[in-house]
Design a protein around this ligand. Structure first.
Ligand SMILES: NC(=O)c1ccc[n+]([C@@H]2O[C@H](COP(=O)([O-])OP(=O)(O)OC[C@H]3O[C@@H](n4cnc5c(N)ncnc54)[C@H](O)[C@@H]3O)[C@@H](O)[C@H]2O)c1
Ligand SMILES: [Zn+2]
Length: 249
């Protein structure tokens, strides 16, 4: 993997950096991506399960699927890609991470300046009251789980056909609208409105870098497309940044 001096110059610690991640960053932790071959559960596709309609018609089935995913994630560890992004937060005083992942691995790796734009599957929300609580039981004690008020609890995630949290979206637009450098990692960049972030950053004049194991719809838009596994490319990139800016800000 060639990482040019030009590229490393873009990662000066004075830059306002935003990292945008998708399922690909967690693939090397053993968590299936949705569009990959192992993205199926039983005979269902994600589009059939991650919807308000599926939950209304069969909350038990939807919760069995989430229970299965939570089981995989509970066994998983953040990988060197997550760790490199957590270290970037320490290196760049102006840093933000926007993730589409609901697995919570970025937090476990140590990131704190983070917007989980599709929610977090360790959080459960009462469908009646809207209250949110954390729940780390694996497997869940009851399927489907219920609130003290008697109503169903649902995963506090954004399903197909639902809008994103307004505050999360507004904060994302803010940080994207001000960034100098956008690093897009492991996302097929097709799910809106997140898919429009790279274009917004580009319009504002930010430098765009993509890390993905294959070309994506934004590859032609970005300034540098680094093809490879996030768990290998990001530590290599971080190593060069640290070498170039050691002791300097
Ligand atoms: N871990 C999770 O929390 C998780 C898992 C699956 C899906 N999702 C959800 O799925 C939605 C789908 O969008 P998406 O773009 O995030 O996922 P996606 O499945 O559509 O795309 C994954 C992307 O990652 C790339 N990729 C796979 N392995 C990689 C690796 N080792 N290194 C670098 N790139 C790699 C693929 O080429 C692909 O472009 C998101 O909204 C997200 O909420 C989340
Ligand atoms: Zn309730």
């Amino acid at each position: 993997m060639e990482l040019s001096d030009n590229l490393i110059r873009e990662f000066r610690p004075s830059k306002k950096v935003v990292v945008l991640t998708g399922a690909g960053i967690s693939a090397e932790s053993g968590i299936p991506t949705f569009r990959g071959e192992d993205g199926l559960w039983k005979r269902y596709r994600v589009e059939e399960l991650a919807t308000p309609y599926a939950f209304q018609t069969n909350p038990k089935l939807v919760w069995e699927w989430y229970d299965w995913r939570r089981g995989i994630i509970a066994e998983a560890e953040p990988n060197p890609g997550h760790t490199a992004i957590a270290e970037m937060e320490q290196i760049f005083p102006d840093f933000f991470l926007i993730t589409q992942n609901v697995d919570g691995l970025h937090r476990r790796a140590g990131n704190s300046e983070i917007i989980e734009i599709h929610g977090n599957l360790w959080q459960l929300r009462c469908v009646k009251e809207g209250t949110v609580r954390e729940n780390y039981h694996v497997p869940l004690l009851d399927i489907p789980p219920t609130c003290e008020c008697g109503a169903l609890l649902r995963p506090h995630v954004v399903w197909f056909g639902e809008s994103l949290d307004k505050e999360d979206l507004a904060r994302s637009y803010n940080v994207i609208g001000e960034c100098d450098l956008l690093l897009v990692v492991g996302t097929s960049a097709v799910v809106q409105p997140v898919a429009s972030f790279p274009l917004m950053a580009k319009r504002r004049g930010a430098f765009l870098v993509e890390v993905n194991k294959e070309p994506t719809p934004i590859s032609s838009l970005v300034d540098e497309s680094l093809i490879g596994k996030a768990g290998e490319v990001l530590p290599a990139l971080l190593g060069l940044i640290k070498e170039a800016y050691r002791g300097r800000q």
